[in-house]
Design a protein. Structure first.
Length: 281
């Protein structure tokens, strides 16, 4: 398993890093488009669609992303789209987690399928716009999710259930603790402060997400960072909820040793559009 994980990670890095650092944002947007199409295919399978229908769903997601690309949306601010998408994630995420695993099957399947494809389309548009904004900005959003995950893991291992008696969501993800969530938030907060300071110190030509927040007032930086960390947890829990309802461990086996595409981008699905929302307003 470890060998598979390492090999898959190296292959992904060999694809993503050249695309990320290429002078034009086009290669990265294209790679992200392929990932979102694969994610839509997985989404169809998780919601009971047959093989051909799932492939069609992936193609529909790619077509939607391509249409937005052709329309020039990668270079438009779209503040109201990000506001609506961000609000939808906050509201729907809260409702889904409140309903739990048992509540997911009661959501009409057509609504589930359409909602998932829209979430993937919105995430692709957000990550493509972030790359257009600049590598510094995009990396600040991606590393926020990675920091939240890594800090939560180590905080949970070290302090899990030492300050609280209950797990975060035992019916959805038994391994997560409140201490892990707090550790993740603290890690993101430290990352945000250090990154914003580094941008100011080195006079970064491209602002990061944290600089965008700090420029509106340093008081907004910790609020935005903690909020984003919390929403990364929501994205992770929502995907875990759906997999448990479907009775599967991974969204697919597309990434040997890592599961599926949705397993790797679940926390990014809400944080990417929310980052654009915080930056565009």
């Amino acid at each position: 398993m470890l060998k598979q994980r390492v090999i898959t990670a190296l292959v992904l890095l060999a694809i993503l890093l050249p695309a990320l650092f290429y002078p034009s944002p086009v290669p990265f947007a294209a790679v992200a488009l392929a990932f979102m199409g694969a994610g839509a295919w997985e989404w169809g399978r998780l919601n009971g669609l047959a093989g051909a229908a799932s492939v069609g769903l992936g193609a529909a997601c790619v077509a939607m992303c391509g249409a937005a690309w052709a329309a020039g949306w990668l270079h438009q601010p779209l503040p109201w789209l990000w506001a609506i998408g961000g609000a939808a994630w906050v509201l729907c995420g809260a409702l889904l987690l409140r309903g739990g695993v048992a509540g997911w099957p009661h959501v009409p399947r057509l609504l589930r399928i359409v909602g998932g494809v829209l979430a993937l389309w919105l995430a692709w548009l957000a990550v493509a716009q972030a790359r257009v904004a600049g590598i510094n900005y995009l990396l600040s959003v991606l590393t926020l999710v990675w920091m939240a995950d890594i800090a939560a893991y180590f905080a949970g291992r070290a302090f899990g259930l030492k300050f609280t008696k209950n797990k975060l969501a035992p019916a959805i993800s038994p391994g997560k603790s409140w201490e892990g969530v707090w550790g993740g938030m603290l890690g993101v907060l430290l990352l945000a402060v250090c990154w914003a300071w580094a941008d100011a110190y080195w006079h970064a030509q491209v602002s990061s997400l944290y600089s965008h927040l700090a420029h509106r007032g340093w008081w907004l930086l910790p609020i935005g960072a903690v909020f984003m960390a919390a929403m990364s947890v929501v994205g992770d829990l929502v995907e875990s909820l759906i997999k448990r309802s479907a009775g599967v461990k991974d969204s697919s086996g597309l990434l040997p040793g890592h599961g599926g595409v949705l397993d790797r981008i679940d926390a990014l699905l809400p944080t990417l559009p929310l980052a654009m929302m915080l930056s565009r307003f």
